[in-house]
Structures are given as structure tokens and as C-alpha cells.
Design a protein around this ligand. Sequence first.
Ligand SMILES: *Cc1c(COP(=O)(O)O)cnc(C)c1O
Ligand SMILES: [Zn+2]
Length: 368
Amino acid sequence: MSPSNGALYCRLCGRRYDLGNIRCLCRCGSFLDIDFHYTLDIKKTEDRKPSLWRYREAIPVLQDKNIISFQEGWTPLIPISFTDRPIWFKQDQLFPSGSFKDRGATVLISKAVELGVKQVIEDSSGNAGAAIAGYCARAGIGCHIFIPAQTGAPKVNQIVSYGARVTQIPGNRENASRAALKEARNVYFASHVWNPFFIQGTKTFAFEVCEQLGWTSPDLVVLPVGNGTLLLGAYLGFQELMEKGIITKMPRLVAVQPENCAPIYHTFKQERTDLVSIRAKKTVAEGLAISRPLRARQIIEAIQKTRGDVIVVGEDEIKKSLAQMLKKGFYIETSSAVAVAGINKILHRVNRNERVVSTFTGHGLKGI
Ligand SMILES: *Cc1c(COP(=O)(O)O)cnc(C)c1O
Ligand SMILES: [Zn+2]
């Protein structure tokens, strides 16, 4: 891949920057996305190691020597029986740091190394911070994570154990974001939401699912949505496979949010393009307590374009769905049960011969 075949671009003002530019915010203040082109030869990728890096050509890191990896990814896709049919679940709780966020972190931190970055900051409700801290440890670069003061002890311990500096910010998740954004004027912003290289990693979710289904696409993909980094990555991945003619059908994307914090749901149902303000309440799904997702407009566009849907689930439904999975032997964290609750809620309206895929986003050892 040559550096000239890609660019960072802004959806808001149209500015473009070289892919090797160290900035992660546009001059207009908005976030950036990545425009780059590649060819993917699935005959070649099939013979590679079972890691998300088998789709090497699809990932905008120029030189292999910069890759920071634990040979992560290629997680099992296994059927779990629900009332009347099996649902396929990616086992993304099995990633090295215990959540799907490693998909994005391996790509983002590899790019940071490529850019010569020695120090990063990130804000997180826990898992993204843990993933970034883990990959920084492997890369030998400095890491500073801003987290809300109420973040669960297992996640805080994990970040600190990797050697990262942690700053706990009082108040809600947004306060932590604001603090990090301010700091990002001086330090590389390894944000899973702002930094577009993260989504270049989460898109491998779609590649793996399709390859594991014999290079066909599922009919329905049900995902929990907070900041939407998994959903946006999945959308991008399926879209790229469509463009290349590797799959022939776009799956419908269904986002699930906790009723107590459901900004995407309200915006979608009111058919608005700008984010509706909500009064968020506390939820057991701490990974999904995001009341103002930065990329809301993009998330809604992805759901609309795939003729998908957004649904909400109550706190009791989340707890019951968690218990249901634990009883089957799947030790997942509470936020992961949100997708399960969503499936329980909509399954009766899904045609029995449609293939439904979901994922376990985080490990139970993170706290349940
Ligand atoms: C981050 C996270 C989510 C939500 O992902 P977004 O990218 O914020 O939509 C869901 N579950 C777990 C366990 C997470 O860590
Ligand atoms: Zn701009």
C-alpha cells in the first residue's frame, strides 16, 4: 500500500489530509474518517494465521514492522439455542484484554507507532481504556486514560496494571470525554470514538463473520450500541465486502440500547438527523451509558441504509438475559447481555429461515 492512495477526510467541511498526518481532529473541530482503497484476495487471506491481521490489505497501516499485535481476533462464531432456533454469536469476550475493543486498539496503536507517537491519551468507560492501555504496554509507549469516577474496579485495575496512568473524572461519561479532548491538543488522541483508525479495526468483525459463514452474509446482525464503534465498523466491513463483490447482500443492522440511556433509539424513532437530547438514567450496562454519541448521525445512517432498526431493552430484561447466558456457560459482562435481551425481544418477528448473528462484546471477569 502506498501512502498516496488514502486520506483522512471530514464529513462536515470536506477537508482532506494525508493519511500520514498526525491529527485526529479536523481543523473545523469535527472528527475525521478514512478514505483508502485496497484489493482483498480471499484465496490468499484464507491461508494466513487465524488473526484479524489475515485481512492485512484492508488495514491502513503501511509497514508490517509497525504492527502491534497479540495475534488477536478470528474469534469463534458459535450457535446458541434460543426458543425456536440457533443464533450465531461471535466470542469477542475472548480477546486479550477481554473485549472487542482490541479489534480497534491493535490497528490504532499500530498506526500510532507508525506515526512515531510516544505518548497517547484516551477517555473510556472502561474497556476501550483497557484495550488501549494493553496495546500501549505491548508497544512500549506511554498511555494516559481518563475514566468516569464510577467505573468498576476490575476495569480500573486492569488499566493501572498495564502501567497506564489513570485520571478519574467526577460526574458522567461526558465529563471524562471533555477532559480528554482538552488534553488532546498536546498529546496523540487514541480515542476509540474520534480516531478513525479504531473503526478500521472493528470492521474486521464483518470480515470474520462472512468468512466463517463461507463468505456469505448473515441476514440480521444484532449489536449493542453506545458510541457505535462496533456497529460502524461492522457497517464499513460489510460495505467493503459488497463493493468488492465478495458478498452479495447487505445484512440489516439492529442496534440495541438500554432503555435508560437510548439516544440513538429516540433520534431514530423521531426520524431526526441531529441527536435528540435525552435525560439518561443509570444502567447496569455501564459500557453503554453514552448519552451523546459523537458519531450519532453516522450510526443512524448505517441503520437506515441497511433497512435495520433500533430497539430498547429494560434493566430487568438485561439482567434476565445475562442470567440466561450464564446458565448456558457463557461468562459475559452485563453490557454484552444487552444484545441478548434485544434478540429475546425481536426474535418472534424475525423469519425463521433468516440467519441472525450477534456477539459477546466483553468478558464476565470485567464485572457482572
Ligand atoms: C464498548 C462496549 C460496548 C459498546 O460499544 P460502542 O462501540 O460504544 O457502541 C458494548 N459492550 C461492551 C462490553 C463494551 O466494552
Ligand atoms: Zn472539517
